[in-house]
Write a protein that binds this ligand. Sequence first.
Ligand code: GLA
Length: 377
Amino acid sequence: MKEAFRRVHGADAEGIWAAPGRVNLIGEHTDYNDGFALPIAIPQHTLVAARRRQDGRLRLHSAQGEGPVIDLRVDGLTPGAVTTWGAYPAGVVWALREAGHPVGGADLHVDSTVPTGAGLSSSAALECAVAFAYNDLYDLRLPAAALALLAQRAENGFAGVPCGAMDQLASACCTEAAALHLDLRAGSHEQVPFDPRAQGMSLLVVDTRVKHDLGDGAYAALRTGCERAARLLGLAALRDLGPVDLPRAAELLPPHLVPLVRHVVTENARVARAVAHLRAGQVAALGPILRDGHTSLRDDFRISCAESDLVVDTALEHGAHGARMTGGGFGGSVIVLAEEDRVEPISVAVTTAFRAAGYQAPHMLPVSAASGARRVW
Ligand code: GLA
């Protein structure tokens, strides 16, 4: 990173920061409903080498694609002005300035092991690495969660993706061997022990290679549907509805909104159950929760796809405790929780099933709960 920075920017970096991608164990499409989620950070991460500039320019370079340096003026940053990957780092600088932080220019060089379009939050990793870099370079002393919310603001307000805050909070606040229990209304989070390996299990991420894109309108439509349902029920958010309220809500709502609401309400309950099991040290007990979560996303929220369903079904047939699509949906990745000795046969079975179905070969990434964003040099 140091050498590449020097080659691209012609000077030494002041530091290097890292921020991870994430997978969500349970609690999908609950974040923008003021609900609960339970992500972990994964070992795949984005690195940012950076140094301040005194001339108000923001110069961005990425090792992926080796395109030219993107050269911007920080006082000219406006939403929609940058449409490439540069929108994420530029958006963070914009969000910091919008929030009144006196930050100026910088040279940045970015490199990443988080696959893009795989539902593993490569954009949140990039935003958080930049936010942490700026926090140190400009001595802002903001806590990790505040940096995460600024990163989300960058994605919403600058890159134009109406996501919730889960991905950025996961990338910023996760710790090793723990899942992050998020309460998106309270704005609070707690570390819950999550170390499947200590109990002879593994968490496997299967990237279906079906590219998901949150900017394409389907995600926004789901969010609008949930918010509309809450309004029709006279609630601030679907978070305020419990499982016992569902029959009454179903009478009041237009039929097409009922399954959306049912997913969010049952999903929040699944997060609570998952947290209780993890606190009791019962990792395998997550299995049925993951299975139910997938069924709910597939049948009620309707955001799975044939490839993700095939991973889940094949993994379960070959002895996984549980499996489900993770992230925004419409492709991306599936998580599989299994005994360590089942991981190889499951991987082979999934790859074989994909070949038989004529799908491109999936990528297998064994993961553990890794640490959140930090300065690494
Ligand atoms: C994407 C969004 C998150 C969250 C998930 C679904 O990852 O960025 O905010 O809504 O989808 O749980």
